[in-house]
Design a protein around this ligand. Structure first.
Ligand code: SF4
Length: 245
């Protein structure tokens, strides 16, 4: 198979990784590497700013065949450096471990985008990962407001601790919107990141594209203004902050 976008709707074995999308080439999803991104289907959270809401249900309407993608990756050896498993929440799927180990055996670096919803499963994945983008959505007190799920902060901050203990390179990313993560909330999270020894932080201003929440789209103008004063306040806690627009 040479065209991964031409696939792939067919009956899949229930043990296969459920995939809802594929980006065959990107330079922005794994630091310093040419990568493909596999968008895994399913997420237990309901972030109102989600820009991939079609990936939230455990079964997608247009599934892609993971085995066909894996065969296509075989043709990308030497052309791509890395494969990033994103979502949705990729760690929601028990099949992720097998997919990751097979892809790594093909010679690719493995990246993972996760919110940390399943820290026990993440722990089993850590020895097989080369880089992690961890979405931390708010301070613990503000988590449910963002994810719509009670106690979701428990897994997320446990995931941070597990990643730090394992020594896998990672970055912490936070999406910001004035209605969900106002400056006071960002300051509270910055203080916690400081306590946890996090020194690099990526802030991603809300993008309306793909978001199906009308209130957030209508209030996009309230997106937090990351002016010098606010950045300096946050940098007092986390010295290296990138704003990724
Ligand atoms: S964790 Fe990510 S995929 Fe899941 S609802 Fe939130 S933004 Fe969407």
């Amino acid at each position: 198979m040479s065209d991964p976008s031409a696939p792939l709707s067919k009956a899949l074995p229930s043990s296969a990784l459920r995939v809802g999308g594929l980006v065959p080439f990107t330079v922005t999803d794994y630091p310093g590497a040419l990568a493909a991104v596999v968008f895994c289907q399913g997420c237990p959270w309901r972030c109102s700013y989600c820009h991939n809401p079609h990936l939230i249900p455990s079964q997608g309407e247009h599934p892609l065949d993971w085995l066909a993608i894996s065969e296509w990756l075989e043709t990308r050896r030497g052309l791509l450096d890395a494969v990033v498993f994103s979502g949705g929440e990729p760690t929601a799927q028990p099949a992720l471990l097998k997919a990751i180990t097979a892809t790594r055996a093909q010679g690719f670096l493995i990246g993972l985008h996760t919110g940390g919803a399943y820290p026990r499963r993440l722990q089993t994945l850590l020895p097989h990962l080369d880089w992690i983008g961890l979405d931390l959505k708010a301070s613990p007190a503000g988590y449910t407001r963002v994810t719509g799920v009670a106690d979701s902060e428990i897994g997320a901050f446990e995931a941070l601790a597990l990643i730090q203990r394992a020594g896998v390179p990672f970055e912490v990313r936070t999406t910001i919107h004035g209605a969900l993560t106002p400056p006071k909330e960002l300051q509270a999270l910055a203080a916690i990141l400081n306590e946890r020894g996090v020194t690099r932080w990526v802030l991603q201003p809300f993008r309306a594209q793909g978001c199906d929440n009308e209130m957030l789209r209508a209030r996009a103008g309230e997106a937090v203004v990351l002016d010098e004063a606010l950045l300096q306040t946050l940098q007092a806690f986390v010295p290296h902050i990138d704003v990724r627009r």
